[in-house]
Design a protein around this ligand. Structure first.
Ligand SMILES: [Zn+2]
Length: 109
């Protein structure tokens, strides 16, 4: 597909996706994760629970023992709001790629 640009010239990028590795044909993207935060510090959203019985949960690392509560209170657990470890981010995206044949991930900002 060829689209004209505002200036009338034809874009060589029409039908392609821009990636960190350069332009690729859109049909080679495969399964695409549409909104991924590989690294983020979203602590600005943190809201400490009001209930005294929940305050300790706010500062625990996310684990199997508290993941149910964290899912119900996503912004009340500080660890849940921070993805700061580059190696973990790399491991997770490679695991996703291997398990679901994911070839692309989009960071939309
Ligand atoms: Zn987002």
């Amino acid at each position: 597909m060829v689209l004209p640009t505002a200036g009338g010239a034809v874009s060589v990028l029409a039908g392609k996706a821009l990636t960190v590795l350069g332009a690729i044909e859109a049909d080679t993207m495969g399964v695409t994760l549409p909104h991924e935060h590989l690294l983020i510090d979203f602590a600005v959203m943190f809201s400490e629970p009001r209930a005294a019985s929940d305050k300790a949960l706010a500062y625990q690392p996310v684990a199997l023992s508290n993941v149910g509560w964290v899912r119900q209170n996503f912004n009340a657990n500080l660890d849940n709001l921070r993805l700061l470890d580059e190696q973990t981010a790399l491991d997770e995206i490679l695991c996703s790629s291997a398990q679901a044949d994911t070839r692309s991930s989009i960071r939309p900002t």
